[in-house]
Write a protein that binds this ligand. Structure first.
Ligand SMILES: [Cu+2]
Length: 500
């Protein structure tokens, strides 16, 4: 399996891939059917279990039960059959502080295996930590237990399933929740005075009866997108801002493939944090692209004429697959693909309410120190192509993911530069588990401001250079494309962090 030729795709070859992808899609469809089997009947929402939307640590301990179910949910006045944590879309928001102990009793009531990934948390990748290699079988219960490290950046992390080949299906079915770490940024007086709102963006591909489209009807190569777009499980919810005040929007893209090009009428954004880590000072932006897995924190100034202002996602072209892309779009009219990237989409409405004393923007946030120079430089080429024995696959350095192989081995407490090179025709958001990184440059152009990230968009034709420090924890973890269908179709690697 080591010395293989990658056949770069050309337009003619895209026409042939139908047969190759059919096998993958069929396997996925059979699994989906098992979710719907009557072995686990759909739970009605009015049987509702004590549904806390917010679970906060007490006396240094965050302890809760999380239960994954397949059930009916009211989505914009209609019934939808979705996958939920604790019978909610999204799952409950968890909140902890540095040094807290976390104990999560997880129950799998799905009819397929699953697990939990703590995206953005700096915790051990092994045992009952952020272990994405666990297979938690139907009806099985396990307890996750870890401490929030003093080296954790306070901010927005999140939890979602990460079982290879089922990740896209389970996340796009609804399984996602926020995991917020409180800290220094929350104590800056202007930020403390701002009104805080969390926005979890999710899209669902539903038929007229509210059933999720099965995977075999989704164009997985492009990454599935839904026709119903929700913010906190609601369609076009309203948020309020005080005249003269500040609104702090803390946003997660929990969609499996959809990109959101965020734009708010008449109001610039002031970016204060990325992927759960503060910037050094606010950065003014007229629009902001949020790709799957990414989080941002934005301040909005209430300095316009009081009224209603719409938060939209503007069209963004994340690339297509030539002939196959065209076929996917045509199929989309009849099946579950709704890549409505041509028109702006309404996400939410911001309403003004009574005025407050003027709150200014903070001028300084949290300093970011530079990482020392790298001990090693590696290259990761992102593309897709025909792979012998597999057909069409998504590849890193010419190879699809192999579960029992360590693609990359690094040493704990070292620093490396990774060059992420996208030679394909679609954009890929690249995510590394456990440790965050700094973006050095894109196509050789230095990044305009310092920032910590754990997920970075690598546009088609682009080379992004990141610097990453492997701190504190050893063990096997992963990196992958956060278009979760691409991850499931092979764009992932195992990363072993060895002791020094
Ligand atoms: Cu991708």
């Amino acid at each position: 399996m080591r010395n293989i030729n990658l056949y770069q795709m050309n337009r003619r070859q895209f026409i042939i891939i139908g047969t190759a992808t059919a096998g993958i899609a069929l396997a996925s469809h059979q699994i989906f059917q098992r979710i719907k089997s009557d072995q686990f009947p759909v739970i009605k929402t009015n049987d509702s279990l004590d549904s806390q939307k917010l679970i906060v640590s007490k006396n240094g301990l965050l302890e809760t039960t999380l239960e994954a179910n397949y059930q009916t949910i009211n989505l914009g006045g209609n019934n939808a059959y979705l996958l939920t944590y604790n019978r909610q879309i999204p799952g409950p928001r968890l909140e902890a502080r540095l040094g807290d102990k976390v104990r999560i009793h997880f129950v799998n009531n799905l009819s397929q295996p699953t697990n939990l990934h703590y995206h953005g948390l700096h915790i051990p990748p092994t045992g009952k930590g952020d272990n994405v290699f666990l297979h938690i079988k139907p009806k099985e219960k396990i307890t996750y237990e870890f401490d929030i490290s003093p080296n954790q950046s306070p901010g927005i992390a999140w939890y979602h399933p990460h079982l290879h080949e089922l990740t896209a299906e389970q996340v796009s079915g609804g399984l996602a929740g926020l995991f917020v770490i409180r800290g220094q940024l929350d104590e800056i007086p202007e930020i403390k005075a701002a009104k805080e709102e969390f926005l979890v963006l999710q899209d669902f591909a539903l038929d007229d009866e509210g059933n999720l489209f099965p995977s075999n009807q989704m164009p997985l190569m492009m990454g599935r997108e839904g026709n119903i777009i929700t913010v906190n499980g609601q369609i076009n919810p309203s948020f309020s801002i005080s005249k003269n005040g500040l609104l702090r929007l803390r946003i997660l893209n929990a969609s499996s493939s959809r990109f959101y090009q965020l734009f708010l009428e008449s109001h610039p954004f002031y970016l204060i944090a990325n992927d759960g880590a503060s910037l050094e000072k606010p950065v003014e932006l007229s629009e902001l692209l949020l790709t799957p897995g990414e989080r941002v924190e934005l301040l909005i100034k209430g300095d316009q004429i009081p009224g209603q202002y719409v938060l939209r996602s503007l069209p963004y072209n994340r690339g297509s697959m030539g002939m196959m892309g065209g076929m996917g779009r045509m199929m989309g009219n009849r099946s579950g693909h709704f890549s409505n990237n041509q028109k702006p989409i309404i996400l939410a409405t911001i309403n003004y309410n009574s005025s407050v004393n003027l709150i200014n923007l903070p001028t300084q946030l949290i300093p970011i120190s530079s990482l020392p120079g790298p001990q090693k430089v590696r290259r990761f080429e992102l593309n897709h192509g025909m792979f012998p024995g597999m057909g069409m696959a998504f590849l890193i350095n010419g190879e699809p993911y192999q579960e029992n192989y360590i693609q990359t081995q690094v040493t704990v407490n070292t620093v490396e530069d990774w060059e992420l090179i996208n030679t394909g025709v679609m954009d890929h958001p690249f995510h590394v588990h456990i440790n965050k990184f700094q973006i050095l440059s894109r196509n050789g152009i230095p990044e305009p401001y310092k920032t910590w990230k754990d997920t970075v968009l690598v546009r088609r034709g682009e080379t992004v250079r990141i610097r990453i420090a492997f701190k504190d924890f050893i063990g096997k973890t992963a990196y992958h494309c956060h278009i979760l269908d691409h991850e499931d179709l092979g764009m992932m690697g195992n990363l072993e962090i060895k002791s020094s």
